[in-house]
Structures are given as C-alpha cells and as structure tokens.
Design a protein around this ligand. Structure first.
Ligand code: CDT
Length: 301
C-alpha cells in the first residue's frame, strides 16, 4: 500500500449535557464528509464521546462512570462502526474505557476498513493530578479517573500500513514516537483535548500552546520518519476553552494539512507511505546509527 487518504475529524466542543447520540451524529456527519473526499481512514479526538470530564472534581462513582464505555461498540457507538463498514472506512477514536474488572483507562481504538477493531491503545502519559488542587485555575484530574495504560505502545499492520496510536499528552514525549518508531511505524494517530490556557501559568497563551503541540508532533514525525495525525477536540466546552490546531505531518516533519477552526472540521491528506522509507533507511536508520550503550538513563531513572 503506497498511497492512502487519511482524514482528521477535528471536533468542536461536547458539552456535559450532550447525549452520546448527539455526539455520534456529529461524528457520522464528519464521516460522510470524509467519504465524499475519498478518505480511507479517519481519526477522531481523545475522549470523542464525552466532554473532557477530568476538568471536573467528582467523588460519586456513578457520576464518574457515566462518562465511561463498558463495551465497544456499544448500542450508542454501533452506528459509527456500521456506517464506517458500509463506507469501507477505517476509523480511530478515543473514549473512556471501563473494563469488566472495573479498571478505568483513557483509550483509543483502531478498526480496519471492514469495521473490525484491530488495535487498542491505553494512554500511558497521564498528565495532571489526582486530588482537588486549589492552586490551579482549573482542574486536570486525569490521574484521578484513569490508570496508566497497560498495553505499551503496540503497532499494527492495518490495510498495508504500520500504524500506532498515542493520546494527547503522549505526543509531547519523544519516548512515545521512538517506541513506535522502533517497530517501523508509518502512521501515528493521536487525539487530544488541550486547554487553550495553562492552568498553572497564565502567561502561556494560545499561540505558545499551539506552537508546543506542533513542535512535538513535527519532531516526532521527522525523527521517526512517520506520518503523524494529531486531532483536537476544540472550542469552549463546559465554559472552558480547548485549542484546535489539528494537523497531519509528513515523514519529513512538514505539516501537510491543518485545521483553521475550533469547530467540527475535516482535514485530509493523501499519504504516500513510500516516503517513510527514505528517512528510515538513511539518517534515522536505527539499526546502524543508534548508540544504545549510552541510553541506559532513559529506562533506569
Ligand atoms: N488531555 C491531555 O493530556 N491534555 C494535556 C494537558 C496538559 S496540562 C495538565 C496535554 O498535554 O495537552
């Protein structure tokens, strides 16, 4: 598979009161638009099915669990899989997962073009804190509601392309891309929910936040010779602004598609995966050039 048309379905805000049905209907509308533009795989954001609930401090278990899916697909998400299957479109999206054992993860899944789930990733780098923090302008309680992912950073050969996933804060860590890069990844899909302002540093504004997001994804793409698709949930959600800035980055680190809004917006790029081979066989030929005898600190500290 050389060329593959990839879509990024940036989503506008999901309010707390929005039902899964309403949100899935918006996701389906983006999918229809993607089909009209020849998209073969579409990537949605982190926690696509709900508001970014870690901004809320909750103590009631049932209140928290209302944001979690206990099955995938479930009755409310089945239409996504059914329509994707009809359109022959692979999909990837994030959601809050509650396992049969009662464990909670920030998860994303990947399907093939026949609508079968072929990959699951559970977010490893959970930012924020676990108790109410009076010093912050707003809360970021991912460490309260999720366990760190327990699946590592796997890749899957899906539709002829080596694919991997990451979620939001993972995109800021070089280790994420390198773990995937060491397995030959050609397409990294990640969704995010990033507040437009820093809850601990008011001087950092939207411009700087967008810069750091792009910087991380462009570096990850270039240094591992892989496409990166980074897709936001954006806009004012429950009164809290989330930044947009969804991009598709090519294996040379250049942005080839970019969202302009903070609303539901599709971005599309035709990805030529043959382009990954050049960097992987030259400057970033890991087998020839890495010096792992000097890298112990990365895993020992
Ligand atoms: N969702 C997520 O991981 N957001 C973080 C915000 C960091 S501030 C605690 C991010 O890295 O974009």
């Amino acid at each position: 598979m050389a060329e593959f048309v990839v879509g990024g379905a940036q989503m506008g805000p999901n309010q707390k009161a929005d039902s899964r049905k309403m949100i899935v209907a918006r996701m389906l509308a983006l999918m229809e638009e993607a089909a009209g533009r020849g998209v073969e795989l579409v990537v949605y954001p982190e926690l696509a099915l709900t508001t970014f609930f870690p901004r809320w401090y909750m103590e009631n278990e049932a209140e928290v669990d209302a944001f979690f899916e206990t099955e995938m697909p479930g009755p409310e998400t089945a239409p996504l899989f059914e329509r994707a299957r009809e359109l022959r479109m692979a999909i990837s999206f994030g959601y809050a997962e509650k396992t049969p054992e009662g464990r909670h993860f920030n998860t994303s899944i990947l399907t093939d073009r026949a609508g079968n789930i072929v990959g699951k990733y559970r977010k490893i780098h959970l930012p924020g804190h676990s108790e109410y923090d009076t010093e912050r302008a707003f809360q970021h309680l991912e460490k309260r509601y999720f366990e760190p992912g327990d699946l590592g950073f796997p890749v899957w050969r899906n539709e002829g392309v080596i694919m991997g996933m990451a979620i939001c804060n993972d995109r800021r860590w070089p280790e994420t891309y390198r773990c995937l890069g060491l397995q030959g990844v050609e397409l990294v899909m990640l969704g995010y929910n990033t507040p437009s302002v820093n809850s601990q540093m008011s001087a950092e504004g939207l411009k700087e936040r967008l810069f750091h997001s792009e910087l991380s994804m462009q570096a990850g793409a270039y240094q591992n010779s892989t496409y990166v698709v980074g897709i936001a949930k954006a806009g004012v959600e429950d009164g809290h602004p989330l930044m947009g800035g969804s991009i598709i980055v090519d294996p040379d680190g250049f942005v080839v598609a970019r969202a302009e809004s903070e609303e539901d917006e599709l971005i599309v790029a035709s990805c030529d995966f043959a382009k990954c081979a050049f960097g992987k066989s030259t400057i970033f030929d890991f087998a020839r050039h890495r010096r792992i005898e000097h890298y112990q600190r990365i895993t020992e500290q």
